[in-house]
Ligand binder design. Structure first.
Ligand code: NI
Length: 413
């Protein structure tokens, strides 16, 4: 199947400038950039007055928590987690996780996200939801160090064997929850397993000021040799920042979730200056409450500008949201180039906030928003197009989610 996008304003990567061009997609990949006649394709889209650019990457979330959106407001992390989130999570079925994840994907596709990194449980349901919808996901099974949890590392390995690499959409990594919920020995065991499989690891790090442990002790385990996505890093000390500046480490900044739970503001500018690779995440919809990397990008830039407006350039903001996220999650190139998977979004520029049109990248960061996304394509397949979700019955997903949350909160049987 050949799909031709005609007359698009094309931004191939975050470093280049957009130019008017056609784009040819074939068998899930970018097949050509330039001028093509309509005879070259079976499906043709006129993209005049539309920007085609690489899609956003959500490098940290708990997708199925969409079921808990709006359920626990105005609480600190500890109460939020123990009083509201855990009691519901204990009762989530595999089917609940499937539909909660699907709901998250509907939202993410609508907001221009093409890939995400998830930490949750019932991960088979997450994999099935990603494959059914056609979205790219790095799955990690959340692991905590209690006796009842010991079988879960084995379960995480089973998920890897069953789903890793499936359809070019799914990757499986390992998810030790945090240094305060996993012992060093357990983290070492997880890291050794991940290294053997060449799989990445995702872990929460220094989310709140209460967390007392030493990063250097954590890095005396095999974790230092793994590819690691460290979510949050709000309360990192100066010496931690230099420890995080490694090619195999990524910091996932979740500004909305950190603000909403009163956790603080991560020193992103300092980390970037010291060579740390920073990307963006939304965290779960129970603490955000939207899954919107475009919004996180703008907020991340503004939060660092509060002390110096020279902090977080347009380039750096876009790089965090697209390029670094793509590197961290490892499923998409973050670029539109011949031979790469066609993971892209189409932005409708026919809005007052995109005029004048000659500074589009600036407008994307500081003026536009994710609802300007007209279409989202992943691996050459439209998963969102002008109000429609071609791969899934969205109304049915909404119904199933309402049903699940009614049952889980006891408002319906
Ligand atoms: Ni999280």
């Amino acid at each position: 199947m050949r799909i031709l996008l005609k007359n698009a304003l094309l931004l191939c990567d975050v470093r280049s400038e957009p130019k008017v061009s056609d784009l040819l997609v074939e068998d899930g990949k970018v097949a050509g950039i330039g001028n093509f006649t309509e005879a070259t394709a079976e499906e043709i889209h006129d993209m005049s007055e539309k920007l085609v650019m690489p899609g956003f990457v959500n490098a940290h979330t708990h997708a199925a928590m969409t079921l808990m959106r709006g359920l626990a407001e105005d609480l600190r992390l500890k109460e939020w987690l123990t009083e509201r989130v855990f009691p519901i999570e204990e009762r989530l079925s595999e089917e609940d996780v499937y539909y909660g994840t699907m709901l998250a994907q509907l939202e993410m596709a609508r907001r221009g996200i093409v890939a995400y990194a998830d930490m949750y449980f019932h991960c088979g349901a997450v994999a099935r939801a990603a494959l059914d919808f056609g979205m790219k996901v790095l799955i990690t099974r959340g692991l905590v160090d209690v006796d009842s949890d010991r079988g879960r590392l084995k379960q995480n390995v089973d998920y890897y064997e069953r789903w890793n690499g499936k359809d070019g959409l799914v990757k499986v990594g390992f998810g030790p929850h945090a240094p305060y919920s996993c012992s060093r020995a357990y983290i070492d065991e997880i890291a050794k397993t991940a290294l053997k499989l060449n799989a990445p690891v995702m872990i929460h790090l220094y989310e709140t000021a209460d967390e007392k442990y030493e990063l250097k002790n954590l890095l005396s385990t095999s974790l230092k040799d793994c590819k690691v996505l460290f979510a949050h890093c709000v309360h990192v000390k100066d010496e931690d920042v230099s420890l995080l500046a490694r090619e195999n480490f990524f910091v996932v900044h979740n500004p909305t979730s950190n603000l909403k739970l009163g956790s603080g503001i991560a020193p992103v500018q300092k980390m970037i200056e010291k060579g740390v690779q920073v990307c963006l995440g939304t965290d779960g919809a129970a603490s955000n409450n939207t899954l919107d990397v475009w919004h996180e990008m703008r907020l991340a830039a503004l939060l660092q500008k509060v002390s110096d407006p020279r902090n977080i350039s347009i380039q750096q903001a876009l790089s965090m949201a697209i390029e670094q996220g793509a590197k961290a999650v490892g499923l998409t190139s973050g670029k539109i180039e011949v031979g790469a998977d066609a993971d892209l979004i189409v932005v409708d520029l026919k809005k007052p906030w995109y005029v004048p049109r000659d500074r589009i990248k600036n407008h994307i960061v500081h003026s536009g928003n994710s609802l300007d996304v007209f279409a989202t394509m992943i691996k050459g397949r439209w998963v969102y197009y002008d109000g429609e979700y071609p791969t899934i019955d969205a109304e049915y997903v909404f119904e199933k989610c309402e049903e699940a949350i009614g049952r889980l909160t006891g408002t319906t049987d």
